[in-house]
Design a protein around this ligand. Structure first.
Ligand SMILES: NC(=O)CC[C@H](N)C(=O)O
Length: 333
């Protein structure tokens, strides 16, 4: 079954609600369901006193046991995550005395927090937004990846509660005020504020000092594509018809055979694109390019009605983003 457009996990966390009634819990579950289109595989919620962490999962790594929220060994640290932690194996190797309950790439976040406290965030290589609750002192942190690939919003309720959600639609009706969580930042309840965790040295350079090196660009590009092949489920490449997505598809097809997923699902790359009859020429060229580069299966829709339906779906998913600056729109996918 192909998940609907816009899928990625959906997270919702509500910390410090004034009323801990069953009605409030049901309300939070109802709000979390507004993110269901982001994750069709599982819905989970963990509550601790007046704090709730909810999750809608699109399973990518360890689909059988990686359901969320995830925990440390004694379940005192709870985490709900949208994203992929590419260096999770490496990080796990550093945490030898920790016992992992799942094969999820995201479980490492709970253990890293136990070991290193809030400072662990810059050890993560990945795209993510997450909320972590430490039930021992009821403190919490929330963080978003360096460039904001995964979406995150933060809101404040009239009862003093703090909210975090993957999409604005899960908190806009219940919060008095809300903001788009800034990329590369961390919120800590202990200090009560947002701070930038992503501070690469080049941030302060107005003119880049690194010389142009095409081989380095090629190597970094290939590495970036290869690490994103970390999946236990079948995947495809969405082609725009341009150079960037064709290059991604070509790198993927050359490295597909080495991946875990190819052993299970075969090493033919599935590609997708959307186009109308009038654009069939581009589609034909794309097909030619891809079949020359590698063995690809190409799926596309050329019917106007079907394309319009897909667009409608896309807009429903991203409606909440439309008031944002245009460059932020792709972040919801
Ligand atoms: N879609 C996601 O954000 C995936 C979360 C996590 N990496 C998993 O595989 O379950």
């Amino acid at each position: 079954q192909v998940p609907p457009a816009g899928t990625m996990c959906g997270i919702l966390a509500v910390l410090g609600v004034g009323d801990v009634s069953l009605a409030k819990r049901s309300r939070i579950i109802e709000l979390s369901r507004r993110l269901r289109h982001r994750g069709p595989d599982w819905s989970g919620i963990h509550s601790f006193e007046d704090c709730y962490l909810a999750h809608q999962r699109l399973a990518i790594v360890d689909p059988t046991s990686g359901d969320q929220p995830l925990y440390n060994e004694d379940k005192t640290v709870v985490v709900t995550v949208n994203g992929e932690i590419y260096n999770h194996e490496e990080l796990k190797a550093k945490l030898k005395h920790h016992k992992f309950q799942t094969g999820s790439d995201c479980e490492v976040i709970a253990h890293l927090y136990e070991e290193y406290g809030e400072e662990f965030v810059d050890m993560l290589d990945g795209m993510f937004s997450f909320v972590l609750l430490d039930t021992r002192d009821k403190s919490f942190i929330a963080a978003r990846d360096a460039i904001g690939i995964c979406p995150l919003y933060m809101g404040w309720g009239l009862d003093g509660s703090v909210w975090f959600s993957s999409e604005m639609k899960a908190l806009s009706d219940d919060c008095e005020r809300f903001i788009s969580f800034p990329p590369g930042h961390l919120y800590s309840s202990k200090t009560g504020g947002l701070r930038r965790w992503y501070n690469p040295p080049w941030f302060s350079e107005s003119i880049p000092s690194a010389p142009y090196d095409p081989l380095l660009i090629r190597e970094s590009f290939e590495k970036a594509v290869i690490k994103r092949l970390m999946t236990d489920v079948p995947f495809g490449v969405l082609l725009s018809g341009g150079l960037d997505s064709s290059l991604v598809a070509s790198v993927v097809s050359r490295h597909l055979a080495e991946t875990k997923v190819a052993r299970q699902w075969g090493n033919k790359l599935h590609t997708f694109c959307i186009g109308l009859k009038r654009a069939l020429l581009i589609l034909k060229l794309l097909r030619k390019l891809l079949t020359t580069l590698a063995q690809c299966i190409m799926n596309y829709t050329s019917q106007c009605r079907r394309a319009l339906m897909l667009w409608k779906k896309l807009f429903i998913t991203s409606r909440h983003m439309m008031s944002r600056p245009l460059e932020q729109v792709p972040q919801c996918f």
